[in-house]
Structures are given as C-alpha cells and as structure tokens.
Design a binder for this molecule. Structure first.
Ligand SMILES: [Zn+2]
Ligand SMILES: [Zn+2]
Length: 133
C-alpha cells in the first residue's frame, strides 16, 4: 500500500496490516482537517516515509505530521506503538472501511453521524486498537 501528500513531496509505503478507519471528531482533528479526521494506523516499523514531513506538537502526548509545501495532513503520532495515517492520503484501492467514531461529544454542530457505526463520546481504545478483519 502506498500514499502521499497532494504535491507528491512526501510519499510513504506501508508494509504491514492497516487498522480499520476510525473517524475522530475532536477539536484538534476538526481544526487540522477542516472537518473531521478519518485515519487508519500501522506499526511504526511497518511504514517507510520518503520526503520531508513537518511536525506540529498538538498536545503533550501527540504531534501531527503534514507537508509544508502543500499543507496535506498526513500523520498523527501519539504514545502508542502505531502511527496513524490520514486515510485520504492512501492510494486507492485501500480495501479499508470506516468502523467507528470517537470524540463525538466534540463534533461540529453542522453535521450528523448517521452511518449506524459505533460511537464514543471520548477516546475509545476498543475502536482505536481494532485489528483488520
Ligand atoms: Zn505536499
Ligand atoms: Zn481527534
């Protein structure tokens, strides 16, 4: 599986299994994405990144990686063993599916979540550590 930013300065290759896609509606994800984040993740030693990723420390425990040339949101890097990858940066076909929503208490007031998938008002490790089918 491959992916990259809009301008092509940053590309990456994933060599291990990807987690199902989880949508995060927290304020930080809303601000950085412009809507909400939909992200998969992979073990850190199973992704090869080429090009220059710029990192923004968005909290005490996490940083967000983007391309400084085109502004694409690429990665969320938290405390766990996985690196989150913004699902929209993957090249198709991904074979992935959205499997749930987290931080729904912080979601924008201009949309509803109507897909019937599991929702959590806060963080939910059951969703964010889900393994692929
Ligand atoms: Zn770029
Ligand atoms: Zn979030």
């Amino acid at each position: 599986m491959t992916g990259g930013c809009l301008c092509g300065q940053v590309t990456f290759k994933v060599t291990g299994p990807l987690r199902p896609v989880i949508a995060c509606h927290c304020v930080q994800c809303r601000k950085t994405s412009g809507h909400h984040v939909a992200a998969t993740s992979v073990r850190r030693d199973q992704i090869e990144i080429t090009g220059e990723v710029t990192w923004y420390r968005s909290s005490e425990t996490a940083r967000r990686g983007f391309c400084a040339a085109c502004g694409s949101n690429l990665f969320w890097d938290g405390a766990g063993e996985n690196l989150s990858i913004m699902a929209g940066t993957l090249d198709a076909p991904t074979g992935l599916a959205v499997k749930g929503h987290i931080f729904t208490a912080d979601k924008g007031d201009y949309y509803d979540i109507t897909d019937g998938l599991p929702q959590s008002e806060k963080a939910d490790p059951r969703l964010t550590t889900m393994v692929a089918d």
